[in-house]
Design a protein around this ligand. Sequence first.
Ligand code: HEC
Length: 181
Amino acid sequence: MRRKVGVRTSVMTMLLALSIAVPLVFAADISQEQTAKYILATVKAFRTVYVKGIIEQAKKAGIKPNENWAKDDHAIMLPAQFVKAAGAELKDFELGLIGLTPIYKSNLPKTQAETDALKKMMANPDQKVLTFADGNQFKGLAADFAIVQSCADCHNAHPDSPKKDFKQGDLMGAIVVRFNK
Ligand code: HEC
């Protein structure tokens, strides 16, 4: 009898623990996914404003985006440099840009899971955001399209670019966010 009560109590305790733990696990996953999505949406919005608002306006005054902008009084940073510079200001998580055919190899995906996710996105560009766990980190990718012709033109003309046939509207890579679980 005592044993039965013991078993019943431990089963009840286990069920109780599970009923608390399972929703907690799901809640944690949802909030990491949601966090990644909010960060990506915000970065993308700022990046779009930089390209369509600031760069396009500055061009009218003869100021153009240039990789070596710091040495040129009539140049401002590239859209990618804008995102990477903001990422360099962050301490609690990583922000960057990746591509499968990057100008610099440092912009290749950092892990197999990132490569797989970016390939999946390239195969189906309608999937504009992807989030996933990768080891001890949680990550998110947001599709980065050639929203203006100059995105494609500059990459095609860059001597280090392995891909020379980008067109306006193409998916060129992704903004990536990485944070510890
Ligand atoms: C004037 C040239 C230029 C323009 C315009 C430009 N890029 Fe880039 N882009 C670069 C360079 C150079 C890099 C590498 C910068 C670095 O990592 O320091 C880069 C990096 C990237 C990357 C990271 C992967 C890779 O290919 O290296 C993506 C994605 C990207 N650009 C997309 C875009 C998009 C989208 C636009 C338009 C909104 C754009 N670029 C406009 C020159 C340019």
